[in-house]
Unconditional design. Structure first.
Length: 119
């Protein structure tokens, strides 16, 4: 019986370590939301009446949203969903704050890729 228990000990240790790591990541994302993490995106060099410049601004906003939401390289589905929700909210908020019709139209027309859910 002791031999059986000793084989399970490393599995339990790894399981506990993974649980702690996942909890830490969840706490980091929650803290970023509560703190109102933000990024400043300068677009004074762009002319938003030009479609190319509107696309450049949108790319900058997407990049900033990615940074604000601390993109974790993880295979944990829950963390991916939390990151996706944070990213979507940050990008939508940024587009709304710019308050430009072309930018809003570009944002609305971009296809949204969603993670599949288990049935």
């Amino acid at each position: 019986m002791l031999m059986h228990q000793s084989r399970l000990t490393p599995v339990r240790v790894v399981g506990v370590a993974l649980a702690i790591a996942a909890a830490t990541l969840i706490a980091d994302i929650a803290a970023a939301k509560e703190q109102g993490a933000a990024a400043v995106v300068n677009y004074s060099d762009l002319d938003l009446s030009q479609s190319a410049d509107t696309a450049r601004l949108y790319a900058r906003l997407k990049y900033a949203s990615q940074k604000v939401c601390n993109s974790y390289d993880t295979r944990v589905l829950r963390m991916q969903r939390l990151h996706e929700a944070c990213f979507d909210a940050a990008l939508s908020d940024a587009v709304a704050k710019v308050n430009d019709a072309k930018l809003s139209s570009l944002h609305a027309s971009e296809p949204k890729i969603r993670l599949a859910r288990r049935s």
